[in-house]
Design a protein around this ligand. Sequence first.
Ligand SMILES: [Zn+2]
Length: 338
Amino acid sequence: MKKTIKFSTWIKFILVILIVLGIGGFIGYKYYQDYLYKQTNEYKLLELGYTQEEVKLFLDKLEDDQETNLIERTNELEENGYREFLPYFFKCDYFLYDKLDLYLDEVITKKKDFFKYKEPSTYNFDKLVSIVNSHANEEPYTSTRKSDISKGVAMIANKHYQLGDYAPDDLVAIPWKYRFGGANDKIELRQEAYDAYIEMWEAANQEEEIYLLALSGYRSKVEQEKEYNYYKDLRGEAYADTIAARPGWSEHQTGLAIDIYSKECSSATTFKDSKTYKWLVDNSYKYGYILRYTEGDEDITGYHYESWHYRYIGKELAKKVHESKLTYDEYYAFYLDK
Ligand SMILES: [Zn+2]
């Protein structure tokens, strides 16, 4: 009898110990969890006064080191009046954190007047992000940035990437049947772009009885210089810049750009209304060509809308660019410029 009582006392004692340990452990565990949470960037961002929604936005878009950077910079951003713009930028599909300062510079210094009259919420931040990503906020023809030739047919050529003296070494002359001019005129493209043009020509001809005609292809730096200077001599530099690219900066120098009209229509003003144009816009990407200077994108491409100017970038890439609905400048900046 005595032994049994002693045994149950022990049981009770052990139970009490277990309960105490359990509760203690639970509290300790909770403290530990709490401690761990306070080390997270989510907690630190919330502590800085960002809303739940903003923090979610930041965490979705940023890598760990970028989150740390944002935490460290928040006070400075606050002092400079930049902080309120952060959510607008983070909501943009093509936002790049590495370019945050450039976006903020652009919005604060250059668009200052704009915000005197309009609320930030009404401003097109997507457009601003696109412009900055593709360097279109920089003064044209001032960059020392070089076109990356190693990208092959995907290489970029615009007013912010120099081609310098680049000259392709696989140019092929387009036969008379497929182009304007006399029998002795020469319009050339790089081999791959040439093959794709002929394939596209045949398809347009079979599907819609369209006779595509190339007006211009490869232009060397020297030829571009002649063309540019012709307009410059005529009415000055500002005028020439609206008509022709400066030598060393024209996409035609890549041997991958082509100006296309057709038997049906060869007028720069009415080509956009032609059956040929419609076919090209819907189908050229299947052959690796994209309409390069699209309507309404002058502030990104740096060129007025040109319904006749197409650029070869290869079939696979052309399909992606076509589906993205981005200009090539934007696509290149976001996906390829790495
Ligand atoms: Zn052109």
